[in-house]
Design a protein around this ligand. Structure first.
Ligand SMILES: [Fe+2]
Ligand SMILES: [Fe+2]
Length: 204
């Protein structure tokens, strides 16, 4: 099978995988994220099929129970800190990535990283992960005050859109007295530093 046919088969398998594991509402969210991520990938010159694959898989583990998340994380040696112990559903990205690897044989590091990092972000995350992070926040059914701005930004400046989304997520947590995951703070710092460096280079 050539690469194109192989990717096509994987896309179909990932779609069926998500469909079999998710409620109708969450499966439909998944498809909207996949379309949004694919469009962003095309706008930024990334491989749209591989980005779509990550998007189809991103929430595949989202409807597991807390105990199952912790049991699988333990069995597969996934990183579990205090935030994950308190809120095991934070593990749905890493668990979905591991399931995709084990059950669908996906070994594409950038795809797996995107699935893994989509909830909290990850400092140094690659362009696939940035696209998926942002697409999840701006798919057409998302409706919050700044969504229009993030949507516009996403077409021009992925880092900027991710930065805006993270800032909003952190402010949202703070308003509700909820702790922010350390990975999100580190991602925010990383994106801000990256931006300062970028503008310094542009000014030189
Ligand atoms: Fe998610
Ligand atoms: Fe999602």
């Amino acid at each position: 099978m050539d690469d194109h046919a192989k990717t096509h088969t994987l896309l179909e398998e990932a779609d069926a995988f998500a469909h079999s594991r998710l409620s109708k509402a969450r499966y439909e969210h998944t498809l909207r994220v996949a379309d949004t991520a694919e469009n962003l990938a095309l706008a930024h010159g990334l491989d749209a099929d591989r980005v779509r694959l990550a998007a189809l898989l991103h929430d595949a583990a989202r409807e597991m129970g807390s105990e199952e998340f912790l049991k699988l994380a333990d069995k597969w040696n996934l990183q579990v800190g205090d935030p994950e112990r308190q809120s095991p559903k934070l593990l749905h990205g890493p668990v979905a990535a591991e399931l995709a690897r084990r059950e669908l044989g996906i070994d594409d590091g950038e795809v797996l990283e995107a699935v893994m990092a989509h909830t909290t972000g990850r400092p140094g995350m690659g362009p696939f992960a940035l696209v998926l992070y942002v697409a999840d926040k701006i798919e057409p059914a998302r409706d919050y005050l700044s969504v229009g701005r993030v949507r516009r930004l996403a077409r021009e400046d992925l880092n900027g859109a991710a930065l805006e989304s993270l800032r909003r997520a952190i402010a949202h947590n703070e308003a509700r007295g909820k702790a922010t995951h350390p990975a999100s703070r580190k991602t925010l710092d990383w994106l801000e530093t990256d931006r300062t460096t970028q503008s310094r280079i542009e000014q030189e």
